[in-house]
Design a protein around this ligand. Structure first.
Ligand code: NAP
Ligand code: SF4
Length: 677
């Protein structure tokens, strides 16, 4: 094995009583698996595969120490022996692959989504509908015991350790910070009193589990909320947590209620590792950094430059369970990179759906989607090399089918080639790179610049044809829509038509938002420049001010274009965007001065601009260019041709369903078909 490329990342980490095989930590993520039928066996397969893939230390999703701490009713809990026994299958699966696994103990406090929530004080959170009850003194003491008991039960279940969740705004944070803790007893008042709660939790936990058991403490190093902790306070807490018996300190970045993106795709890679670095030297135990680290070169750089001893990644291991193994074997171009879209992981969790991954639909579906060699290899023609065609072709070919992939354009990627042009969506380049490599590895025969037609069908024998021809933009159907200044979003993004200084964007779906971002952006994407990005979001690059943001004004980006985005539907624009990212897109466009109008009727376009009716009153949106982002229609004419020839035909992706279709559904549909064809 040659690990020259990433010597720091792949170096073992000696914790004294045990050694981690490398510096990767699979960060905690709620998947919802434990709440599904046969959930623990599914978790075993999910984590077992990641252990087989080489992860240094796995941390499970959050498990409550008692029922009050549930994130939602009947969520995972570890408070008695019967709970403990259920986990054994998970820890065994990981140990069978020489992996190590810690259970995260998470008490949601006022973030709990049920009416029995508790907190330091009875102050409601802005992101949940329930007001918490303030814990009494004995309630605080019994909660501390519940943490320690939960850790002990985790040890009984075979876990190598626990992670105590002390960040992202959950119960422990709610004790630490003044704006959620107005107690006057020994758990409130001065900072020294407010941090007694986490210190006691770690101390009691260590007492209960003994010496040879990993205790990770996830410490909020930059709260990104007003009235958050100061840096001196963070350092003091870290030192006390070390003294209380923690083995590793992990980095927490921002509370959930913070209105600053911390993990979305527009956040620069490793944008917060400098925060972790500030703590290095202050404590003597290993320290782990996190947030938006998704490729081995970034992880290696973070450790090599002394920012941290370990790197935590959660979503990248959903996207590719064999990330570490590929890094070890210098097969980085084979990594299915997490593009930080949140569409199938966090957005699912918020909708109470099982998490998965847009680029890897097998994630959390390992037991049902097993990619096995086909017993009857077929000769397949796939038409269209967009996300659906690519995912189908490479999966089917990996099972032994003979696949020919036909693409009319000069490159693969389909709509992803549009997405990658949007500032802040640079990660889409990685998915295209991944598929190019998979085409090579699986032996898919790719025909670019090739229109699939009768001639091909007559000259070659295909057992089945898969139509993945995607979509075309929907045209506007009002007077003046054929004027030269009315352009499609594809023409706008590809620079095929000139765009003026005053623009009306018709349609406020995902693409309308993307186009507005593209049109109002000037200069380099701030996603590629951490310092500029920190300025844009009002974050102190030295983390000296309280919470990392107090008194810092965001620097609004300059745009020389005036853009108005419209939709016919009444109500808030961007309502259908992802729960975890929609607010970021809305904030970004607001900061760039993009105006939005909803509830309009389009009348006509002429030399004066776009004529609309708003509240039944005529109005003219004066503009020199109109960009149409009015959704798409399916492109599947080919189906009638193949069917007329009696060839078994499947239609997938945008060609199957354009309305509301996105890459997540397209790839999922493609992989499922390829698994069973
Ligand atoms: P979309 O989300 O369906 O939005 C289409 C927009 O066009 C709507 O705002 C709709 O609003 C308007 N529209 C529909 N028919 C129209 C017509 N005949 N005339 C005028 N306006 C019309 O489609 P999209 O924006 O093209 O996105 C396609 C898919 O890609 C979506 O599923 C989306 O999830 C995904 N995507 C997501 C993101 C993201 O989350 N950031 C980014 C890009 C793409 P009214 O009907 O109210 O006028
Ligand atoms: Fe990453 Fe998106 Fe997959 Fe989530 S759904 S793991 S953010 S690629």
């Amino acid at each position: 094995m040659n690990n020259n490329l990433f010597p720091n990342l792949l170096k073992p980490l000696d914790l004294g009583f045990t050694t981690l095989r490398n510096r990767t930590l699979m960060g905690s993520m709620h998947t919802g698996l434990e709440e599904t039928k046969d959930g623990y066996n599914k978790m075993a397969k999910f984590f077992g595969e990641r252990a087989k893939g080489g992860v240094g230390l796995i941390v499970t999703g959050g498990v409550a120490p008692n029922w009050e701490g549930w994130v939602k009713p009947f969520a995972g809990r570890m408070s008695n022996e019967s709970h403990s026994k259920k986990h054994r299958v998970v820890t065994d699966a990981v140990h069978n692959e020489d992996g190590k696994i810690c259970m995260q103990i998470l008490h949601a406090g006022r973030y709990a989504y049920h009416p029995f929530s508790v907190s330091a004080s009875n102050i409601k959170s802005p992101i949940t509908p329930f007001s918490p009850r303030a814990l009494t003194n004995s309630g605080v003491l019994s909660t501390i015991n519940d943490y320690a008991n939960s850790a002990y039960l985790a040890k009984m279940a075979g876990y190598d350790g626990v992670e105590i969740m002390g960040s992202e705004g959950y119960l422990i944070n709610q004790f630490i910070v003044k704006h959620t803790n107005n107690r006057t007893d020994q758990w409130g008042g001065d900072y020294e009193n407010r941090i007694k709660f986490p210190i006691e939790i770690v101390r009691k936990t260590r007492e209960k589990v003994g010496k040879d058991f990993i205790i990770i403490y996830r410490l909020s190093m930059i709260d990104l909320i007003h009235d958050g902790s100061t840096w001196e306070e963070v350092v003091l807490l870290a030192k006390e947590i070390e003294k209380a018996g923690a083995t590793i300190i992990n980095s927490g970045i921002g509370w959930h209620e913070a209105r600053i993106p911390t993990i979305a795709t527009m956040v620069p890679r490793a944008a917060f590792s400098w925060v972790t670095q500030k703590l290095k030297g202050e404590i003597n135990i290993p320290i782990c950094t996190s947030n938006r680290i998704n490729m081995p070169d970034v992880a290696e750089q973070v450790i090599a430059s002394g920012h941290a001893d370990m790197v935590s990644m959660a979503r990248p291991f959903l996207a590719d369970g064999f990330w570490v193994q590929k890094a070890q074997e210098n097969r980085v171009d084979e990594i299915n990179t997490c593009i930080a879209c949140n569409q199938a992981c966090l957005d699912h969790t918020f909708k109470n759906k099982l998490a998965s991954c847009l680029v890897n639909p097998r994630a959390c579906h390992e037991t049902e989607l097993e990619i096995k060699q086909s017993t009857k290899p077929k000769t397949l023609a796939v038409v269209g090399a967009g996300p659906a065609g690519l995912a189908f072709s490479t999966t089917a070919a990996s099972r032994g089918h003979k696949v020919q992939l036909f693409e009319a354009a000069s490159e693969i990627g389909g709509q992803f080639n549009m997405a990658k042009l949007i500032p802040g969506k640079e990660e889409f380049y990685e998915t295209i790179r991944y598929f190019n490599k998979q085409i090579e590895l699986t032996g898919v025969k790719l025909h670019l610049n090739t229109v699939f037609d009768n001639k091909i069908l007559d000259n070659q024998q295909f057992d089945e044809v898969i139509i993945a021809t995607g979509v075309v933009p929907r045209k506007l159907n009002i007077e003046g829509s054929n004027l030269p200044n009315v352009v499609s979003y594809i023409e706008a993004l590809k620079g095929e038509k000139q765009i003026g200084k005053k623009v009306a964007v018709i349609g406020a779906g995902g693409i309308g938002f993307d186009v507005c971002e593209f049109l109002t952006h000037e200069g380099k994407s701030t996603t590629l420049d951490t310092q500029e990005w920190l300025k844009e979001w009002g974050i102190d690059p030295t983390n000296e001010v309280r919470g990392g943001i107090e008194g810092i004004k965001p620097v609004k980006p300059h745009s020389s274009r005036e853009v108005v985005m419209l939709q016919r539907t009444k109500g808030k624009v961007g309502e259908k965007l992802g729960k975890t990212t929609g607010w970021i897109h809305r904030t970004t466009l607001k900061n760039k001065g993009v105006k939005t109008i909803s509830g309009v009727e389009y009348i006509k376009i002429d030399g004066d601009g776009l004529h609309i009716l708003r509240d039944k009153m005529p109005e003219i949106i004066k503009c020199d260019t109109i960009v149409v982002c009015a959704g798409q229609i399916s492109l599947k004419e080919l189906e009638s041709i193949t069917q007329a020839k009696g060839i078994k035909t499947h239609v997938i992706g945008g060609a199957f369903e354009a309305g509301e279709l996105d890459a997540k559904k397209a790839i999922d549909q493609a992989v499922r078909l390829a698994t069973f064809i």
